[in-house]
Ligand binder design. Structure first.
Ligand SMILES: O=C(O)CCC(=O)C(=O)O
Ligand SMILES: [Fe+2]
Length: 353
């Protein structure tokens, strides 16, 4: 079967196509050898069939989830000038606030406002020989009127990084690899990208694209959504709703795992549809990626898995790069043309088409 570049979902021949998002309980990973094996098999199937799952039993207390959601609400409730004072267009590191309609996916505006935070690291010295992705590293911007945000989001970043790495180690086992096979490409400086997001209701937007169809670029995304639906995942017969499950994370596979597994796992395409008039939707996304200076290895899969690997998707509109920094920067430049023009205008990638 010829793979179509945009409809990249393909079910393994042996199993029926999934029509809903599976639910996995992480406590089974530490519940003895038999439970562990069963969990790893389910993890592998969920990640391969649909590429998305609801994670429960993850160990992050409900109170911490509620707290980070409340903080995000407080940020979005700040007066617009306070949010504009930390606008992303001021940051070569793609950190800060983006107003609804300013971010672009598949050439169209996304009707969501958002605030992006990364790891707090020093700016890297720049020379003529520095790779462009080295400009991504640097400080965050923080609103002066909400000092709790810095404390709360950096604490959240540490907690979800730990959870993400635990899951990544489980994925390594599920792919027949040593548990720490990915450590050499994330240790020391994993890419830790938080995005708090508010999708205004239809009365306040000029369309229904909350965020357009896309793949995430990292290893894994761990996302908390509130009670408002809208997240949809590409399935074999159309879009599957990822309905909210209280206390859970929505987890999905990013391009790095697709590349490393030679397409055995797929970074599933997903989107968010704008909420109905009078409602809004809040989500807190965390994208766990590798170090910018790393190269994604091609894992030697066991023969039974290797025979089912489909190769990474070849979408001319979204080439996947094994060089981590290059792959990540690709997505950032495309989503934020204003930042691209201001700080990356010297790159061929940002030249007007
Ligand atoms: O808000 C959501 O539920 C999904 C967000 C998303 O897919 C993204 O920001 O990459
Ligand atoms: Fe996404």
């Amino acid at each position: 079967m010829a793979a179509s570049p945009l409809v990249s979902w393909a079910a393994p021949e042996s199993s029926a196509p999934a029509a809903s998002i599976p639910r996995l309980d992480l406590r089974r990973l530490d519940a003895g050898p038999a439970e562990r094996e069963a969990f790893l098999a389910e993890l592998r199937d969920a990640a391969r069939d649909v590429g998305f799952f609801h994670l429960v039993g993850h160990g992050i207390p409900a109170a911490e989830i509620t707290q980070v959601q409340a903080l995000a609400r407080r940020f979005f409730a700040l007066p617009l000038p306070e949010k504009q004072a930390v606008a992303m267009v001021r940051s070569p590191h793609f950190r800060g606030y983006t107003a609804a309609g300013r971010e672009i996916t598949r050439g169209a505006p996304d009707w969501r406002e958002q605030f992006d935070v990364g790891a707090e690291r020093e700016v890297l010295p720049q020379t003529a020989a520095s790779p462009p992705w080295s400009r991504l590293q640097g400080p965050n911007q923080w609103p002066v009127g909400l000092p709790d945000l810095r404390v709360g989001l950096l604490r959240w970043q540490a907690a979800v990084t730990q959870l993400g790495i635990r899951l990544l180690r489980a994925f390594a086992l599920a792919l027949g690899q040593p548990e720490d096979v990915f450590a050499p490409i994330y240790q020391g400086a994993p890419n830790q990208h938080i995005k708090i997001i508010r999708y205004p209701g239809r009365e306040a937007t000029q369309g229904e694209q909350g965020v357009g169809a896309h793949k995430d670029s990292g290893f894994l995304t761990l996302l908390v959504q509130d009670g408002q639906s809208g997240l949809e995942v590409e399935g074999p017969n159309g879009w599957i709703a990822a309905e909210p499950v209280e206390g859970s994370f929505v987890v999905n596979i990013g391009e790095l795992l697709e590349l490393a597994s030679n397409g055995y796992l797929r970074a599933t395409i997903h989107r968010v549809v704008t909420p109905p008039a009078g409602r809004d939707r809040l989500s807190v996304a965390f994208f766990l990626g590798a170090r910018h200076d790393a190269t994604v290895p091609l894992l030697a899969l066991p023969p039974d898995l290797a025979s089912e690997a489909r190769g990474p998707a070849s979408d001319p509109d979204n080439p996947l790069f094994h060089e981590v920094g290059r792959n990540y920067l690709k997505g950032r430049l495309r989503s934020h043309p204003d930042v691209a023009a201001r700080f990356y205008g010297d790159l061929a990638e940002t030249a007007p088409a």
